[in-house]
Structures are given as structure tokens and as C-alpha cells.
Design a protein around this ligand. Structure first.
Ligand SMILES: Cc1ncc(COP(=O)(O)O)c(C=O)c1O
Length: 395
């Protein structure tokens, strides 16, 4: 078919990224009834009612206008306080930029720091938005592999091996998406040491830091000596407060860098939706009971799934946090992409293949346990029946 003129003239920074499979899966699912969605990282819980109420009040109070590009002063102050109280991080209010989800912060960080030809190391399997953002800035993402045999724990030697004179930064996502792996404090200290020795920058994506199961522990990289100067800390509201659709996240970094990024941030979207910022403020300053109850539910679902997967003859990397289980399906004799497609069509359960997390020809699926426990139990029954039928057909 003839390409349109616009397609022919697409800038070289727009490289081919594989979003096609996700779109295909969502399209197949939309034509089926009774699909159990364990694919996207979108909590089944609703946003706490006091947060929704605060947004309604903001609307009634005519908060319909632009805010400053870095965000509402009271929200930046609340984020600063929350980072100190929850993680011991020392960021003043003027060291915060509120963005449209962590997603926009990721793009802003790369725009601010990546020169063409730079290499950016990323824990892998990974949240591939990082790849796209690095590509858009002319850089090259370099995956740092982690393995099921170690529960996908990050090995600092694997980072160090990949450092070249082009390495600009390392992206640490802990807990990680899609593996749920939590990088323990002793490894975080080693990463700080490595970053200082090789003079590289670090992005610490802590969007899942409030979702960590004991005995796993979180340590924020920017709390370590010498690290605030070379780290950007990312966090947001989507996962912790079930606020994916509100689009609020933030980056925290030294004030002079924040000031330098203010104009690019203004260029991207001027400011994060004003009503959503009032909602985020209420989420941080209001009661936290909903969050605690949600966390208990996640813990229960995780425990159930780990046992049920083992019973179904599948293995996985034990997740220390987030709400995913990265499951090895090689025992079925299928690769992840055909497995996911057939599971959706035949058993009406949607999960995503490791291919969507930067691992081509993957043997892994990511299961998001973002449905009530009885629904997850039904999904597991369907998965078991699907695997048995497939084994029967192959025999
Ligand atoms: C590791 C990671 N970072 C950032 C994001 C973006 O989240 P949001 O833009 O909703 O804040 C996600 C979403 O899944 C994620 O998994």
C-alpha cells in the first residue's frame, strides 16, 4: 500500500516500537463477553471517595484554570512532606514538578538529560516507555538483564559490565514492572557507589514503593550520601491511590534543574489537569485507611496466586512488591505471545506476554492481580483448564 507523505517524512527519532500486540489484545477482548482482565496495570479498586469528593469541590469552587507549570504550590508542599515522612527523602517544594502521570516525568527527564548517542541502562524485563522516551531523544536503551533463578533481583555487576563512555544514566525501577522485584537496601547502596565511581546519573522510579510485601524493604536511592545531586526520583498517584485515569505523577530533583525544566514542562502540557491536582492533594493529606485495606487485599491475592500457579505446574520469580507475577509458561510448550492470544480467545483471560516488556520470544507472562479474589480464582480455574486442554491436544 502507498505510504502517506506524512509517514514517508516521519522524523528518524520515531523508531518502530511494538505497541501493536497490546492493541490487538485489547481489540480481541472488546469483541468477547466475560473476559477476566489481568493484563493492564490498572487497579480494580476505585479512587477513595474522599478524593473524588475533593475533586467535585474543586470543580464547584471554579478551579477550572491553569496552574503554574510545576504544579499547585500546596500539592508540591504536600508531596515534599510525604516524601520525607514515607521515605526519608529531602526534597523541598520547589524541587518537585507535578506531571501528567509518571509517564510525562519520564519523557521530561529524558528530554532534559539525554543527548543523541547517549546510552541509558535499564533494569530488564522492563517498562518499555523508557525505551521509547530514550529513542525519542536520540539515545540508546541498554537492557540490564535479571533472571527468574534470582527472583529477578538486580545484580550490580551486570550494570557495571555495560557501562561505556557513552553511558549517561541508569534507570532503577524498584519494585519493578513486570517482575515485582524489589532491589534490597544493600544493593541500592552498591548502585549508589557505582553511580558515583562511574559518574553516571540515576532515575529512581518508585511508583510501586508503597506496595512492598514484608520482609522486603524499600530504600530510596536519593537518601544516600552524594546521591541527591545525581538522582531524579519519580513517583505518582496512579498505583498507590488507584488514580490511573486522573493522570498525576511527579519528579523530584535539585531546584536548579527543576527550574531549567520548567519551560520544557510548560511546552509539553502547560500543567497537570487542575482538578486532578486537587484530587491528588486530598489523596496525600486525607485518611489513608483505603490504601491500607487495598494493600491487605493485594497481599491476599498475591499469596493465593503464588500457590495456585505452583499447583498448576507453573513457576515464577517471587515478587516482593507491585501487583504483578511474572510467570514462566515454558512448561506448556508455547511461547508467551501465542499463549496469551489463545488464552484470551479460548479461556477469556487476558494477561500480557514478556514480549511487551522488552523480551522478544518470551517464555513469560505478566499476570496483574487487579481483580477481586473470587474473580482471580475463576481466572486460575480457566488457566488450568486451558493448559490441560493444550497439553491433551499436544499429546
Ligand atoms: C514502572 C512504571 N513507571 C511509570 C508508569 C506510569 O504510570 P503513570 O503515568 O500512570 O503515573 C508505570 C505504569 O504502569 C510503570 O509501571
Amino acid at each position: 500500500m502507498m505510504q502517506s507523505l506524512l509517514l514517508q517524512r516521519t522524523a528518524s527519532r520515531i523508531v518502530e516500537e511494538d505497541g501493536a500486540f497490546r492493541t490487538e489484545m485489547l481489540e480481541i477482548a472488546s469483541g468477547l463477553d466475560g473476559v477476566i482482565a489481568l493484563g493492564r496495570g490498572d487497579p480494580d479498586f476505585h479512587t477513595p471517595s474522599h478524593v473524588v469528593e475533593a475533586a467535585k469541590q474543586a470543580l464547584d469552587a471554579n478551579q477550572h484554570h491553569y496552574t503554574g507549570p510545576t504544579g499547585l504550590p500546596e500539592l508540591r508542599a504536600a508531596i515534599s512532606e510525604n516524601l520525607r515522612a514515607a521515605y526519608g527523602l529531602d526534597y523541598a517544594a520547589d524541587e518537585i514538578i507535578v506531571t501528567a502521570g509518571v509517564q510525562e516525568s519520564i519523557m521530561l527527564c529524558m528530554l532534559g538529560l539525554v543527548e543523541p548517542g547517549d546510552e541509558v541502562l535499564i533494569t530488564s524485563p522492563r517498562f518499555t516507555t523508557y525505551d521509547t522516551a530514550v529513542h525519542l531523544c536520540g539515545g540508546t536503551p541498554i537492557p540490564v538483564p535479571t533472571h527468574q533463578r534470582d527472583d529477578f533481583a538486580l545484580d550490580v555487576d551486570e550494570i557495571e559490565k555495560r557501562i561505556t563512555n557513552k553511558t549517561r544514566m541508569f534507570v532503577l525501577v524498584s519494585p519493578n514492572n513486570p517482575t515485582g522485584a524489589v532491589t534490597p537496601p544493600d544493593v541500592i547502596r552498591k548502585i549508589a557507589d557505582l553511580a558515583i565511581r562511574h559518574d553516571i546519573l540515576v532515575i529512581a522510579d518508585e511508583i510501586y514503593a508503597a506496595l512492598i510485601f514484608p520482609p522486603h524493604e524499600h530504600l530510596s536511592l536519593a537518601t544516600l550520601p552524594g546521591m541527591k545531586d545525581r538522582t531524579i526520583t519519580l513517583n505518582g498517584f496512579s498505583k498507590t491511590y488507584a488514580m490511573t485515569g486522573w493522570r498525576v505523577g511527579y519528579m523530584a530533583a535539585p531546584a536548579d534543574f527543576v527550574e531549567k525544566l520548567t519551560e520544557p514542562r510548560h511546552t509539553l502540557s502547560i500543567n497537570t489537569c487542575t482538578v486532578s491536582q486537587f484530587a491528588a492533594l486530598a489523596a496525600l493529606t486525607g485518611p489513608q485507611d483505603d490504601m491500607a485495606a487495598t494493600f491487605r487485599d493485594y497481599a491476599e491475592r498475591r499469596a493465593y496466586l503464588m500457590e495456585a500457579l505452583t499447583e498448576a505446574g507453573l513457576t515464577y520469580g517471587a515478587p516482593g512488591g507491585a501487583f504483578y507475577i511474572y510467570t514462566n509458561i515454558s512448561a506448556t510448550g508455547m511461547k508467551a505471545k501465542p499463549f496469551c492470544k489463545a488464552l484470551l480467545k479460548d479461556a477469556r483471560v487476558m494477561v500480557f506476554p514478556g514480549d511487551m516488556f522488552g523480551e522478544p520470544e518470551s517464555d513469560f507472562i505478566r499476570i496483574s492481580y487487579l481483580q477481586p479474589l473470587p474473580v482471580i480464582q475463576e481466572a486460575m480455574a480457566r488457566i488450568k483448564a486451558f493448559i490441560d486442554a493444550h497439553k491433551g491436544a499436544a499429546a
